[in-house]
Design a protein around this ligand. Sequence first.
Ligand code: PAF
Length: 282
Amino acid sequence: MEVVCRIADMHRRAEELRIHGKKIALVPTMGYLHNGHVSLMQIARDHADVVIVSLFVNPLQFGPHEDYARYPRDWDRDIAIMNSAGVDMVFAPSVEEMYPNGFQTTVTVSRLTKTLCGLSRPGHFEGVTTVVAKLFLCTKPHVAVFGEKDFQQLVVIRRMVHDLGFDIQIIPAPIVRESDGLAMSSRNTYLNPAERQAARCLSQSLFAAQKLFEEGQRNAATLIECARARIEAEPLARIDYIKICDATTLDEVTTITRDAVMPLAVYIGKARLIDNVVLRLP
Ligand code: PAF
C-alpha cells in the first residue's frame, strides 16, 4: 500500500493512474477506522481498479469548542486496517499541506446546510465541502463513497458535485451497526460503559418509528413523538433534534408522501451522536 502525503505527489500519481486507464475510487475519512469505513472500502473496490483512502482530520469542519484536539487518532491501527481491506493508496496530507499559510478559499452549499446539524454546528458543512472538494481535486477519482450515517453530508456533497460539475459519481453506503443497533462511529469511543448502553436509544427510537411507518403511519409528528418518547426515557440522553425530512431537499415534511429520512442528533454525556433511518414508500 502506497502512502502519499504531498499534494503534488498525489496529483502526479492520480494522473499516472488515469493515463493508464485505471478507474479510481476515493473513500474520504478522518481515520480511526472501524467496520463502517471498511464497508466503504469494499464498496469502492467493487466500483474501481484503484482504491484511494484519504486520512485527514479536517480542522475546518470542527467548531472552536468541538472535539478537534481530542478526536481519536491511531495511525498504525488505521494502516493495518487499510492493508487488510486491500486499499491501494492512502492520501494523508498534513494540515499545513491542505491549508497553507494565507488559505482563504472555501466552498459553500448555502441552503441544505442551514438545517439539522448545520444549526447546531455552524460552519461545519463549509469545512466538509471545502476539504472534500480539495480531496477530489487532489485524488481525481471517478467515484467516491460516502456513508449514509452522515445523511445530510451525503446530500450536501451530491449538491456540490452537481452544482460545480465535478465528473465524479457519488456512491452512498448503508449504515453499519453494532450488534445492538448502535451505528458505528469513531466518536463512539468517547462513551463510557453506562453511556454506551444508553446510546442504544438512538437506533431503538428510530427502529420503533420505522416500524410504525411500515405499519402505515404517515404523520411525521406521530413518528417523531414515538422516537422522542424512547429517547426521553433514557436519563443520559439529551436530544439535539429529531426531524423527518424529504430525502433530497431535506425540507421538513408533515405527511410522508415521498421517500423521507428521519435523522436525529442526541448527546449522550459529552458525545454528540447522529443516526437516521430512510423511510421509503412501498
Ligand atoms: O465523514 C467524514 O469522516 C468527514 O466529514 C469527511 C467526509 C472525511 C470530510 O472530512
